[in-house]
Design a binder for this molecule. Structure first.
Ligand SMILES: [Zn+2]
Length: 248
């Protein structure tokens, strides 16, 4: 039986004392690997909350260099890093905050050639990718390998969240058979909006891993952060879904 170290017991004391959490849930986090894609305002902030919660291993995937216009929302970044690969800074910041987390930083975008090996290494995937090409690749790979995926997306002041369990819940393609128009262009975003969604995304992963609370299975949380109208819609499995339809 694995036991937590004195440092771990101290660092995570305030969450271990949560009803229904305990050392058992902490150990589940410690032995889990989470794949985070699109490590930006959304994925980077979700990775931060997974790191402080004590996830054992994070696989961070994001290509490109840091731009100054990322700085209004990418809280793992620092001004002196503008122009350099953002994934390296993400790893450095997370390691400074929690040195016990094993972090693999991959300076790539999600592609058809790397998606299977990425998904297979992880217990759960956070889809914080920036376009539906990457989102569709992740969804199909998670369905193919029967891996849970937390799906988080934003459009301006609106945010969407659901958790996909292949074979049990609808998949992303069931929910969005046609790609939203807003995917095709950049949109305005406040860091507090991407950060709000990021916290909920990290929380979904923690719930799935530990069994705490009730994740958004077969439900889509729709949030308008401008008006603070939140709604939770039941989602339906599409039996003719080209991705998961043959499974049920
Ligand atoms: Zn489907």
């Amino acid at each position: 039986m694995f036991s937590l170290t004195p440092t771990e017991l101290e660092r995570y004391q305030r969450q271990i004392m949560l009803p229904g959490f305990g050392e058992e849930a902490q150990n589940k986090l410690r032995t889990s690997t989470v794949l985070v894609t699109g490590v930006g305002g959304l994925g980077g902030t979700a990775a931060l909350y997974l790191a402080v919660a004590g996830i054992g291993r994070l696989i961070l995937v994001r290509g490109g260099n840091l731009r100054r216009d990322d700085m209004n929302r990418q809280v793992l970044m620092t001004e002196d890093w503008v122009g350099k690969p953002r994934i390296e800074k993400a790893k450095e910041s997370l390691a400074a905050i929690n040195p016990d987390v094993e972090i693999e930083a991959i300076p790539e975008y999600v592609t058809a050639s790397n998606v299977d090996s990425l998904v297979l290494q992880a217990d759960i995937t956070l889809d914080c990718a920036h376009n539906f090409v990457e989102r569709d690749l992740l969804n199909a790979a998670c369905v193919r390998w029967q891996k849970p995926m937390v799906e988080a997306a934003m459009n301006g002041m609106e945010a969407y969240l659901t958790t996909i369990i292949p074979g049990k819940t609808p998949c992303l393609s069931c929910l969005f058979p046609e790609k939203p128009e807003w995917d095709k262009r950049g949109f305005g975003v406040l860091g507090a909006v991407s950060g709000t969604l990021a916290c909920l995304t990290a929380l979904e992963a923690i719930k799935v891993i530990t069994g705490l609370g009730q994740p958004l299975f077969s439900h889509l949380l729709m949030m308008d952060l401008g008006t603070l109208n939140f709604s939770k819609l039941h989602t339906y499995h599409d039996r003719h879904c080209p991705v998961c339809g043959t499974q049920k």
